[in-house]
Design a protein around this ligand. Structure first.
Ligand code: TXA
Ligand code: MG
Length: 302
C-alpha cells in the first residue's frame, strides 16, 4: 500500500481533512511527536488506528482539539485545569479531566473510561488540520506498538510501513518528546507522564516513581461478573456474540475483528446497563486486533 504524503499547503490540509472525515487514519505532525490521527467521534476510525499500530491492548488515546473552548465542551475543567490550560495551551501538555456526558466522543477513544485526555497542539499544520476537519482528533504516537515515538515523518512512515495510506508533512517535530500528562480528576494533580512542561506540585501516583501511563490507569471494566469464551448463555446471562455464536447482542455477526473492536466498549456498557445479572462473551480469535479485545475481556473477567 503506497503512502500519499500531503504537503502543508491549503490543498494538502484539505485532502487530509476529507480523508479524516471519511474515517481514514492519517499520520500527522505535532510539536511533540508524529501522531496517527482519526476522527475521535468514530469508533470505526479509532479501531483502524489500533489495527494499524498493532497494539495488543486498548489504551485510551489523547483527543486533540483546536482550542480550550472546544476542550471544555468535551471535558469538565475545574479551576486548576483551566489555569493549566490557559498557561500552556496550545502546547505539549495533556490534561486528563472528567468527561462530559453525551460529548460525542467514541467510547473506544477513551477505552470506556469516564475521563478524557485532552490537548491543544501548537504545530501550525495540526492547528490548520483541526480547523479544517472541525472535529476532535484522537491520535496516539504514529509508531507500531512497542516502537519508539517518531519525531520525523520518515520515522513514522518507516514504523507504520504499509499500514497508513495518507500522511501530512509538517517537518521534524520541534520538541521530540511526548506531551506531559497531568490528571485533574479530583484530589491533587497527578503526573501520569513527565514531559517538557513541568508542573511543580503534580504528584506521581502510587507511591513515588512515575510509571508508564498505561499501568496507572484504572481500566474500564463492567460492574457485573463477566465470563469469556461462552458459546451459549447460562441463566441470567446477557450473551455478547461474535461470528457464528449469536447472542443478545453481537460484536460482529460476520466475524469482523475491526468491527468488533469498534463496538466492544459500547456492547459492554449496554450489557452492564441491562437487566441480566451477568455478562458472557463469545470466543474471539487471538490474532490481529483480536488480541487487544481478548486482553480487555480477560481483565474484565477477573
Ligand atoms: O505528545 C503526545 O502526547 C503525542 C502526540 C501525538 O500528541 N501522543 C501520544 O499518545 O503520546 P499515546 O497514545 O502514545 O499516549 C497517550 C497516553 C496513553 O498511554 C494513556 O496512558 C494516556 O495517554 N491517557 C489517555 N487517556 C487517558 C485517561 N483518560 N486517563 C489516564 N491516562 C490517559
Ligand atoms: Mg505512544
Amino acid at each position: 500500500m503506497p503512502v500519499r504524503v500531503c504537503p502543508f499547503t491549503a490543498e494538502g490540509i484539505a485532502e487530509a481533512a476529507s480523508a479524516l472525515r471519511a474515517g481514514m487514519p492519517v499520520a500527522v505532525p505535532t510539536e511533540t511527536v508524529y501522531g496517527l490521527a482519526a476522527d475521535a467521534s468514530s469508533d470505526a476510525a479509532i479501531a483502524a488506528v489500533y489495527a494499524a499500530k498493532g497494539r495488543p491492548s486498548f489504551n485510551p488515546l489523547i483527543v486533540h482539539v483546536r482550542d480550550l473552548a472546544t476542550a471544555e465542551r468535551l471535558g469538565e475543567f475545574g479551576d486548576r485545569a483551566l489555569a493549566l490550560a490557559q498557561a500552556h495551551w496550545p502546547g505539549p501538555l495533556t490534561l486528563v479531566v472528567p468527561q462530559r456526558a453525551n460529548n460525542g466522543i467514541a467510547r473506544l477513544a477513551t477505552a470506556g473510561l469516564p475521563t478524557i485526555a485532552l490537548r491543544v497542539p501548537a504545530h501550525p499544520a495540526m492547528q490548520a488540520l483541526l480547523a479544517a476537519v472541525d472535529r476532535p482528533l484522537a491520535a496516539p504516537s504514529a509508531n507500531r506498538s512497542g516502537a519508539i515515538s517518531p519525531t520525523t515523518l520518515a520515522h513514522a512512515l518507516q514504523s507504520l510501513e504499509g499500514r497508513v495510506t495518507l500522511a501530512l508533512d509538517g517537518g521534524p517535530c520541534a520538541i521530540g518528546l511526548e506531551s506531559t500528562i497531568v490528571a485533574l480528576t479530583g484530589g491533587p494533580p497527578r503526573l501520569l507522564r513527565p514531559g517538557v512542561v513541568q508542573i511543580e506540585d503534580a504528584v506521581a501516583p502510587s507511591g513515588g516513581g512515575v510509571e508508564a501511563p498505561g499501568q496507572l490507569l484504572s481500566h474500564y471494566a463492567p460492574a457485573k461478573p463477566l465470563r469469556v469464551d461462552a458459546t451459549s448463555a447460562e441463566d441470567d446471562e446477557w450473551l455478547i456474540g461474535f461470528g457464528a455464536v449469536p447472542g443478545d447482542s453481537t460484536l460482529s455477526a460476520g466475524g469482523d475483528l475491526i468491527e468488533a473492536a469498534a463496538c466492544l466498549f459500547e456492547r459492554l456498557h449496554d450489557a452492564d446497563a441491562g437487566l441480566a445479572q451477568r455478562i458472557a462473551v463469545a470466543p474471539v480469535p487471538e490474532h490481529g486486533i483480536g488480541r487487544a479485545i481478548n486482553d480487555r475481556l480477560r481483565r474484565a473477567a477477573v
